[in-house]
Write a protein that binds this ligand. Sequence first.
Ligand SMILES: *[C@@H]1O[C@H](CO)[C@@H](O)[C@H](O)[C@H]1NC(C)=O
Ligand SMILES: *[C@@H]1O[C@H](CO)[C@@H](O)[C@H](O)[C@H]1NC(C)=O
Ligand SMILES: *[C@@H]1O[C@H](CO)[C@@H](O)[C@H](O)[C@H]1NC(C)=O
Ligand SMILES: *[C@@H]1O[C@H](CO)[C@@H](O)[C@H](O)[C@H]1NC(C)=O
Ligand SMILES: CC(=O)N[C@H]1CO[C@H](CO)[C@@H](O)[C@@H]1O
Length: 363
Amino acid sequence: MLTLKTFVVVAAALGAVSGKKAKRQCSSSSSLPEPTSTPAPTEAPTSTETSVPQPTDLPGSGGGEGASGEYSMTENWVGESFYDGWDFWANGDPTHGRVTYVDGNTAKSQNLSVTTSDSWIMRADASSTLDPGGPGRNSVRVQSKKSYTTHVAVLDVAHIPQGPGTWPAYWMCGDNWPYGGEFDIIEGVNDGDTNLSSLHTGPDCTQPDNGRDMKGHPGANNCDANASGNQGCGVGFDSNTSFGPSFNQAGGGYYATERTETSMKVWFWQRDDPSVPEEVKSNTGAVSPSTWGTPRALFVSDSCDLNAKFGPNAFIINLTLCGDWAGNAYPGGMDACNDQVNNNPSAYTDAFWDIKRMNVYEK
Ligand SMILES: *[C@@H]1O[C@H](CO)[C@@H](O)[C@H](O)[C@H]1NC(C)=O
Ligand SMILES: *[C@@H]1O[C@H](CO)[C@@H](O)[C@H](O)[C@H]1NC(C)=O
Ligand SMILES: *[C@@H]1O[C@H](CO)[C@@H](O)[C@H](O)[C@H]1NC(C)=O
Ligand SMILES: *[C@@H]1O[C@H](CO)[C@@H](O)[C@H](O)[C@H]1NC(C)=O
Ligand SMILES: CC(=O)N[C@H]1CO[C@H](CO)[C@@H](O)[C@@H]1O
């Protein structure tokens, strides 16, 4: 069984790097079960049909008696329980980063993934000097076991990875990329201080230049992954503490998203922002995003059938170093970025995620 599993993982890793054109392999990948299928084949088959919880069918689901709102809680991840809902993704980096994504056992034994009662820390290795011809710096990429269509998600994050050449992301991705869609929620490179949210899709999906009810500013508007070298359609945030060192100095904050059949929204509140909704600040079992005010980013269906362009999407949190975006944007370019990563492990002491909590809510 171990041998078989190892083989599958190796085969998937080869698949991830062998394509002529770099694809963002973001789907649940061939080594993982279909998102909607019942127990993972690698788990002991102990559960029976009746033991599968159906939180949305229960009154006051999960969130305690009387919780009411537009959406009810279906996932509550804090500390150790992240390991129940998420898998480590130890395949090759499809965006050519100077990293080696490690599996869960390696991550835990090397202290690259650590949980406490109220946090999940994931980091890149900050102690090894690398052989330029050898594998990249150890790092972590994780993916939710389940995929979601319409939902709300709240991420309480205290620290985003920082350091030269870092390219961290919190995002969602569907099968058969880009046809199942990619929704980048937090993404930035090289210690910028404003976040970028974007979509990457199949053909015929654009976003309007004007008139969206959002606080951020529209960037590139063609979401088609074939357009402009897969730039996607993006919205830059109007907050200079929404990413990087300035986000961390402010103690982090809250990122919330809502996907409906016709829109995708992203809200961000800095930790001490007096307008953070109470139900975002602490999980009260249900949320009503219609009361949260204008989002930072809004993607609409006017010239893109979002419902058709997005299948079920899994959550992904990753940390790559250099690679297609961060490497090319690095002063001196990709080679300088890779040299930096190889030779200066201590520059990555702060290249860690510290996630305090994540909740998913569904109708
Ligand atoms: C990391 O996340 C970003 C999200 O936009 C994605 O584009 C990139 O492919 C991911 N990289 C890896 C190596 O997983
Ligand atoms: C592992 O990481 C945690 C969280 O950053 C830290 O508190 C702890 O000291 C580390 N342990 C070792 C052995 O480095
Ligand atoms: C990209 O272009 C190729 C070749 O024209 C086409 O087959 C494919 O469907 C296009 N993909 C997207 C996402 O537009
Ligand atoms: C961040 O934005 C605020 C107001 O929006 C401004 O006062 C401040 O100077 C900015 N900080 C930086 C580092 O740009
Ligand atoms: C950190 C980072 O990458 N920030 C980006 C935020 O979005 C704008 C586009 O609107 C980019 O110019 C920034 O680079």
